[in-house]
Ligand binder design. Structure first.
Ligand code: C5P
Length: 248
């Protein structure tokens, strides 16, 4: 299987597994084709630095999916620590507000300078997919369309200097229109036609997501639970390679 750097850069593999040995074997098998490995709270709270060091040793990017949300001072210090730990990507909740996001940027910058590394990718989570329109209206008593609310939060994240947002492929185009093409969009909920849908509802194929402007695709079970991970990855590479944006 040929490595295409442009495609590799877009692939963020979600290491949502229980066991470190399973995570390590996925990293071993897939690192040549994956730009960034995403470690979530499940794995991180159990294994901490062990998994980070393993990923870093392969020269892959490491995305710590911590979704920080606290007062600005705490987020600044935590962001600094996240980057000092080796994360090249991490995320915060946009609902923490402008000052909190600016603090995340400042903390990350301090750490990057200490390490003599470039500024990491910092993404804002606008609205969790578990927050439905009903929750917005009935629990938060906010009478606004949930997508419009997410777009307003994306603009705030841009104002704070963050790299981009985590969003559904179905909203990627609107976010690019509102925030500009340089503002990055990372899309989860990716399922090729041939893979199982699992519990994801607002799905998109890799091709559709890229065509909508996604800069990064979070790919989890479509590859990690496939009978043959490498073959699943190869098919995803082929599909992305066919999109016009990749031909340019
Ligand atoms: O296995 P699957 O491809 O569904 O994994 C998707 C990954 O993206 C998981 O790590 C999940 O936590 C994350 N994610 C998501 N939906 C969001 C934000 C993040 O599925 N809205």
């Amino acid at each position: 299987m040929l490595i295409n750097e442009k495609i590799k850069d877009k692939i963020v593999l979600a290491l949502d597994v229980e066991d470190i040995e399973e995570a390590k074997s996925l990293v071993d098998e897939l690192f040549p084709y994956v730009g960034t490995f995403k470690v979530g709270l499940q794995l991180y709270t159990k294994y901490g630095s062990e998994i980070i060091d393993y990923i870093s040793a392969k020269n892959s990017n490491f995305f710590l999916d911590v979704k920080l949300h606290d007062i600005p001072n705490t987020v600044e210090k935590a962001s600094e620590n996240v980057v000092l730990k080796g994360a090249n990507f991490f995320n915060v909740h946009a609902t923490g507000g402008l000052k909190m996001m600016q603090a995340a940027y400042a903390g990350a910058k301090k750490a990057a300078e200490k390490l003599n590394k470039k500024q990491p990718v910092i993404l804002a989570v606008t609205m969790l997919t578990s927050i439905s329109q009903e929750v917005m209206n009935d629990e938060f008593e906010i009478n606004e369309d949930v997508s419009n609310f997410a777009i307003r939060l994306a603009k705030l994240a841009k104002k704070a200097g963050l790299t981009g947002v985590v969003a559904s492929s179905l909203e990627a185009k609107r976010i690019k229109e509102a925030c500009g093409s340089d503002f990055k969009v990372l899309c989860p909920g990716i399922r090729p036609e041939w893979s199982s849908k699992d519990d994801q509802k607002r799905l998109a194929t890799p091709k559709f997501a890229i065509e909508q402007g996604a800069d990064y695709l979070v790919i989890g079970r479509a590859v990690t639970k496939a009978q043959d991970c490498l073959e699943a990855m190869r098919k995803i590479y082929d599909e992305i390679g066919e999109t016009e944006c990749l031909q340019r």
